[in-house]
Structure formats: C-alpha cells, structure tokens
Design a binder for this molecule. Structure first.
Ligand code: PMV
Length: 338
C-alpha cells in the first residue's frame, strides 16, 4: 500500500444533535445501517473538537493509534472504537500510517450528556481530511454513520433528516439538511436529571429491543408517518406540530424498549417530574414539548422567547440537577489544517 511519510493534521468541530423523530433499531449491525429514518436538530456550542494527525511517529507505545480524550489517554473501550473507525479512514485513503487523535468535549462532561454523535462527526471530518481526502458531505455522513448512527446527522447543521436507505452497502443511508440553523428561532432546554453513564448503551439496547420487544415491528411501522409529519412541521415552522410528533416519537421509542425482555427503562423520578413540568407549562399556554434519548435527561423544545421561562420551570422541578439552553447550530466543520 503506498504510504506518504506524514500528512497534515486537521482539526474539526461538530455539535451534537437531538432527534425529534428517533432512530431506534438497525437493519445491519456491521455497517450500522438504521432500520428506519430519523429527523434531528443539530446544536451549537455543545459537541466535540478533534485533531487527527497521521504520521509514522504518531503511534503509542503499543504501536497502535494514540487516542487522547480531554488531555488524558482515552479509556480502552473508547480508544478501540476510535481505532476501528480510523481503520475505515485508512482503507478509504489507502494509507497505513498510525494516527494521533486528540479530542475534547465542548460541553461539561459531568452533565452526563457526552454524545457519540458529535464525537464521530468531528472524527470523520478531521480524520478524512488529515488522511488527504476531501469527501463531499454525503460521503462524510455515511462515514460518520459507521462510528455512530446519530453521527451521520451532525455532519449537517439545523434540521436534518437521516434516510434508512435500501442499499446493502449503506451508500444511501445518509443524512441531509432540511432547514438550516438560522431559519427558525427555537431553543432546546436540557434538564439534567442524573450524573454519570447511562444504564445501557444505545447499540445493546437497540439490539435487545429488536430481538425481544413485541412492539418493535409496530415501532418501525410508525416511523415513516412521523417523518412526514415532522418534515412538514419544519417546513411550516409549526412548533406545535413538530413538538407533538417529537413527544410521540420519544414515548413510542421508550415504550418499545420498555416492552423488551428484560425491560429497558431509562427514566428516573426526575424524568417523570420534568414531563409533568412540560405539561403544566403547556396548560398555562407556553409551547413546550419534550423528547428523551437513551438516558434519563429531558430535552424541551420551545420558542427562543420562552426559553428563559421554560428553563426556570425545569430548574425548579424536584430532582433536576442542572439546566442548559441550547440553540440550533451548524454542521461539522474544519477549524484548522496545517
Ligand atoms: O447513534 P447512537 O447509536 O448512539 O443511537 C442514538 C439513539 C438515540 O439517541 C436514542 C436516538 C437518536 O435518533 O439519536
């Protein structure tokens, strides 16, 4: 394999994204192909910054890629996942140099919200560029998907739709932007309801749900109509319509996981209390709508003008430890190259 002596390092940033129509289930585990589409909002100032350099001297003492997270050597599981991903980039670029990866979250990790979506979107962009590739956004999205399904969406800013695709090679299982981050003044208020890692990772939970939940076929059958509804709501900038479908998609995803055997339950008492707060806000006339991912935190979609009041109501909810107000943000981008 031809291998130039060293390549220029590249640094990329990417924001995390929150799905409003959830991805939950794979049609192919090896290629990380989703069983259904999804629709999300990419967030500003809340993600990952990653620098990658491919060079003969980049390897660690074990001869493998060196992976640093937050200034420290990454824990072995995290490092192994990054190394497997770098193998994909080396195959694409036809190089066989080891890499050094330096990554940090641009969000307090204590928030328990560290997301693989931003991490793999930033890694896909930085690693492909550092390997000498200049991939178009659709190919970057397919590459990021191999790291984490939701990462395919963080390549793009604003509102993004991910296709399940039908091809066996996954080349059509990619995301595309449907409205940019400046097109709608909305906010996502996050209520942190626990510290630390989630109970069960999304890949294992999706697999268990698909194998054992009798509701899984019904869940998959419900997604296309929710996607149509969410897409139309985004086009019309109709918050009530979008929020209604977002709540339904989240509760159906969690109901489907809850019906797995053994059951998968991500919620805690503060999660339920935060849902009650959202219902009370709405009863008092504030347009606020929740979504919940594979964890106990509650994310609330609202107009920018209501964000302070929504965040205050969530902060006053028993068990809520911290709140954050997040704005729509741009897709993954290179911040330095040399
Ligand atoms: O990208 P993954 O494998 O971490 O899965 C993401 C799963 C959810 O966050 C629960 C839903 C979604 O669409 O992001």
């Amino acid at each position: 394999m031809p291998s130039p002596p060293a390549q220029k390092p590249a640094t990329a940033v990417a924001g995390t994204n929150i799905a409003l129509v959830k991805y939950w289930g794979k049609r192919d585990a090896a290629l990380n192909l989703p069983a259904a589409g999804s629709l999300s909002l990419t967030l500003a100032d809340f993600g990952s910054e990653t620098t990658v350099s491919f060079a003969p001297a980049a390897a660690g003492a074990d001869g493998r890629d060196r992976v640093l997270f937050g200034g420290e050597p990454a824990e072995p599981r995290f490092a192994a996942r990054a190394q497997r991903f770098l193998d994909l980039v080396r195959d694409l670029a036809r190089i066989d140099l080891p890499a050094e990866v330096v990554t940090r979250n641009t969000v307090p990790t204590a928030a328990g919200l560290a997301s693989s979506a931003a991490g793999f979107a930033a890694l896909a962009l930085a690693a492909s560029r550092a390997a000498g590739l200049d991939l178009p956004p659709t190919e970057l999205s397919a590459l990021a998907r191999r790291g984490s399904g939701s990462a395919a969406r963080s390549i793009f800013g604003g509102f993004v739709e991910m296709s399940a695709g039908t091809r066996a090679d996954g080349s059509d299982a990619v995301a595309q932007q449907i409205a940019d981050e400046k097109s709608w003044n909305i906010r996502l208020c996050v209520a942190i309801t626990a510290a630390g890692e989630k109970a069960i990772g999304s890949t294992a939970a999706m697999d268990a749900t698909a194998r054992t939940s009798p509701y899984y076929p019904a869940w998959l059958a419900s997604v296309p109509a929710d996607l149509d509804e969410a897409r139309a709501a985004v086009r019309q900038r109709d918050l009530d319509r979008l929020g209604t479908v977002a709540e339904r998609s989240a509760t159906r995803m969690h109901a489907c996981a809850l019906a797995a055997d053994p059951h998968i339950l991500y919620w805690n008492p503060a999660t339920l209390a935060a849902l009650a707060t959202v219902r009370e806000l709405r009863a008092r006339g504030t347009e606020a709508y929740f979504t919940i991912d594979a964890g106990p935190h509650v994310k609330v979609l609202c107009a920018k003008t209501d964000a302070t009041a929504v965040s205050a109501a969530l902060a006053a909810t028993p068990g809520v430890m911290q709140t954050l107000v997040l704005a729509p943000g741009p897709g993954a981008r290179i911040v330095s190259e040399d």
